[in-house]
Design a protein around this ligand. Structure first.
Ligand SMILES: *Cc1c(COP(=O)(O)O)cnc(C)c1O
Length: 410
C-alpha cells in the first residue's frame, strides 16, 4: 500500500519528534519533569494498553488540547453536554458522554438502566436496588473482572448459557442484558443478544472497551442495535487514561448523566475534569484523522524490525499475529528452544524490566495459560506489544532482547 502524503504526515503528527504542538520554543516540553522529581521510572511500553502501565500516551495535539483546557474555568455540566453532543455527531450515535473510563461507563450505564426500569431516584442506587427491579442477564462465559463495575449499581446477575435459556431468563425484574464484546466463549451472538432483549423491551449493553481498532467499531456496535456501548478512552483511542466513552440511546445517556457528578449519585466519585473531557474529545478528533491501514502498517513494520534483529539466533522463530477482537493490532511472538537459549521468557521479561531504560514486555510472555485478551502464547514465547512504542524504541527493545538472549546461548 502506498502512503498518501496527507496520511503519512497525519500519522507522523502523533509523534513528539515531529510535532512541536505540545512543546516549548526549544522543542522540549514546558514544565518541570515530575517523574524525575518524584524518582518515578519512565518505561518503554512494549506491552500494550495495560492499565497498570498507564495504558497509552496522548498524541501531541491531544496533549496540547489538554494543556489549553487547563487555562480557563467553565461550567462543568455545559462542557459535559457539549462534549457529548459533539461526540454523538462524530461517532454517529444518538447520544454520548465522557466517563471516567470504561469501568465508570459500565457503572453509570447500568445505573441508567436501573433508574429507567424503576423510575427511581439516583439516591436509590445502589442501596435500595435490591428491593427494585435489578436483574442483569449475562452469558456465564461473559462474567469477567470488570463486572464489579456493574454490581456497583446494585444489580444482580442472572447467568445464561444457551439462546433458549436467554429467552427464558427475562422477567419482571430484568433491567438490562450485558454483553462482553471480546469474550472468547459464549454461544449467543451479538445479533441474537440484541434481538431477544429488544423483544422484551430491555436495553442491551456492549462492553467493547479495548476493541478499537478498527476505528469503525466506534459506531459499528451502536448501529448494530446495542442501546449502550462503552470504549476505554485511554487505550487504543489514546485519550486521557481516566476517560472513556458511553455511547447510545438518548434517554439512557440522560439517565447516566443524572447519576454522574456533579450530582450526588453513584457517579459522584467518578469525576472527569475539564482537561480530560476536552482530551477525550480531542483524542476522538485525532483518531478520526488516522486510518486503520496506516496505523497497522506502522505497527507491522516495528514488529518486523525487531524480528529481523533476532532471527539468526539458534532455534528462534518469530511470528506476527493480530488478536481477533480486543487489542486488534499486530503483536510479535518470539518462540525459542530453552535448551539452546537457556533463559525463560519470564526471566527475559524481568531482565528487561530491571534494565536501563526499563522495558515492559507484554504480560502474556511465557504464560502457558491466562494470556491477555486474544494473544496466543506459551512457556517458550516472548510477546512484544509494539503499538504503544514511541519512535525509535522498537530498536532499543530489539537490541536489549538480543543482548539478553545471546548471553544465554549455550
Ligand atoms: C480496559 C477495560 C475496561 C476498563 O476500562 P477503563 O477505561 O480502564 O476503565 C472495561 N472492560 C474491558 C473489557 C476492558 O478491556
Amino acid at each position: 500500500m502506498k502512503l498518501g502524503r496527507r496520511n503519512f504526515f497525519g500519522f507522523l503528527g502523533q509523534f513528539p519528534l515531529w510535532s512541536a504542538s505540545a512543546a516549548g520554543a526549544s522543542g522540549a516540553p514546558a514544565g518541570e519533569d515530575y517523574y524525575d522529581k518524584l524518582g518515578v521510572t519512565k518505561i518503554i511500553n512494549a506491552a500494550g494498553t495495560y492499565t497498570n502501565l498507564t495504558a497509552s500516551i496522548m498524541p501531541p495535539p491531544v496533549q496540547a488540547a489538554v494543556a489549553r483546557a487547563a487555562l480557563n474555568p467553565v461550567r462543568l455540566v455545559e462542557l459535559q453536554k457539549a462534549a457529548g453532543d459533539y461526540l454523538a455527531r462524530k461517532l454517529q450515535c444518538e447520544a454520548a458522554m465522557v466517563t471516567a473510563g470504561a469501568a465508570s461507563a459500565l457503572t453509570l450505564g447500568t445505573a441508567a438502566c436501573v433508574m429507567t426500569a424503576n423510575r427511581c431516584s439516583i439516591r436509590d442506587i445502589p442501596a435500595e436496588a435490591a428491593h427494585l427491579k435489578n436483574e442483569v442477564i449475562i452469558q456465564k462465559a461473559h462474567r469477567y473482572g470488570y463486572d464489579e463495575a456493574l454490581l456497583c449499581a446494585g444489580i444482580r446477575f442472572v447467568e445464561v448459557e444457551t439462546l433458549a435459556g436467554y429467552e427464558a431468563a427475562f422477567g419482571p425484574r430484568t433491567v438490562m442484558a450485558h454483553f462482553y464484546n471480546a469474550a472468547e466463549e459464549g454461544s449467543i451472538s451479538r445479533e441474537d443478544w440484541i434481538r431477544v432483549a429488544h423483544a422484551h423491551q430491555v436495553p442491551s449493553f456492549n462492553d467493547a472497551a479495548a476493541d478499537m481498532p478498527p476505528i469503525a467499531n466506534l459506531w459499528n456496535y451502536t448501529k448494530m442495535g446495542f442501546d449502550l456501548v462503552t470504549f476505554s478512552g485511554g487505550k487504543g483511542i489514546r485519550g486521557p487514561q481516566n476517560a472513556g466513552l458511553l455511547l447510545g440511546r438518548k434517554d439512557l445517556i440522560a439517565a447516566a448523566a443524572a447519576n454522574n457528578n456533579p450530582y450526588d449519585g453513584v457517579g459522584r466519585g467518578m469525576k472527569v475534569a475539564k482537561e480530560q473531557i476536552v482530551g477525550m474529545v480531542a483524542a476522538v478528533d485525532w483518531l478520526l484523522s488516522q486510518t486503520d491501514e496506516v496505523m497497522e502498517k506502522e505497527f507491522r513494520r516495528r514488529a518486523e524490525r525487531i524480528a529481523a534483529h533476532l532471527k539468526d539466533l539458534p532455534g528462534l522463530r518469530t511470528e506476527i499475529s493480530v488478536p481477533p477482537v480486543a487489542n486488534h493490532v499486530p503483536h510479535l511472538s518470539i518462540r525459542y528452544d530453552q535448551a539452546r537459549l537457556k533463559i525463560s521468557p519470564r526471566d527475559v521479561m524481568m531482565e528487561l524490566r530491571a534494565g536501563k531504560p526499563s522495558i515492559e514486555l507484554n504480560p502474556s510472555t511465557g504464560r502457558a495459560t491466562g494470556a491477555s485478551a486474544g494473544i496466543t502464547t506459551d512457556a517458550n514465547t516472548i510477546v512484544v506489544g509494539v503499538w504503544m512504542l514511541q519512535p525509535g524504541e522498537d530498536m532499543i527493545v530489539a537490541r536489549r532482547l538480543r543482548e539478553v538472549l545471546v548471553k544465554s546461548r549455550v
